[in-house]
Design a protein around this ligand. Structure first.
Ligand SMILES: [Ca+2]
Ligand SMILES: [Ca+2]
Length: 194
């Protein structure tokens, strides 16, 4: 410093850890959608908002004998993306909720959310709608460090199942199985935590 009366401090930006964040605020954000039964009308869709969250993906699914016969098998909805994972990648986090289903006098709805990398299923979580017609958003997390630095196919899948029935005549497996995905975050430690 000259004169000691002023000091220009140059802000050095902290190095940001690489983190791949998909909020789906404006659409699919580079992800692709697919279904296991292309001729079935069920299909994953982007929604502008749901349950207080902006931009969500609705992964719907269905299986029961008549449906499977008509559609050529169980219908799973898939959100997928091929990507190169950072060399120090740790986890894949998903914020999701079961779509509200069911009525207080009858029942609830449920379904599963699965994660695959290169076709290998790493996790399958059970999501259940509560009877209070309010989506309960939860964070789901899976370790993907085994694929660090690799180019992989990531698939986030809506899977039908569970015994929750939204109505007395519902099947439980094609019964508002929809799972809502609010965000996907691929987490890399920044060296100070995690
Ligand atoms: Ca179900
Ligand atoms: Ca979102």
């Amino acid at each position: 410093m000259v004169g000691g009366t002023s000091c220009v401090r140059i802000e050095q930006p902290l190095p940001q850890p690489p983190r791949l964040v998909y909020e789906f605020s404006y659409g699919l954000e580079g992800w692709n959608i697919a279904t296991t039964t292309p001729y079935d009308p069920l299909f994953p869709v982007w929604q502008e908002s749901y349950g207080g969250k902006i931009g969500v993906i609705n992964l719907t699914s269905c299986t029961y004998p008549a449906h499977d016969q008509r559609a050529g098998g169980p219908t799973y909805s898939i959100l997928k993306k091929r990507m190169q994972l950072p060399r120090t990648v740790r986890r894949l986090n998903i914020v999701a909720a079961k779509k509200v289903g069911g009525w207080p006098e009858s029942g609830y709805s449920d379904g599963f959310l699965a994660v695959k990398i290169n076709g290998q299923e790493l996790a399958r979580w059970y999501l259940r709608a509560w009877k209070d017609a309010k989506p309960h958003w939860l964070s789901y997390s899976v370790n993907i460090s085994s694929w660090a630095g690799q180019t992989v196919l990531v698939e986030i899948i809506g899977v039908p199942g569970g015994d929750g029935k939204a109505c007395f005549t519902c099947t439980g497996t094609c019964d508002n199985e929809d799972v809502m995905v609010d965000s996907i975050r691929i987490i890399v430690p920044d060296g100070r935590k995690g």
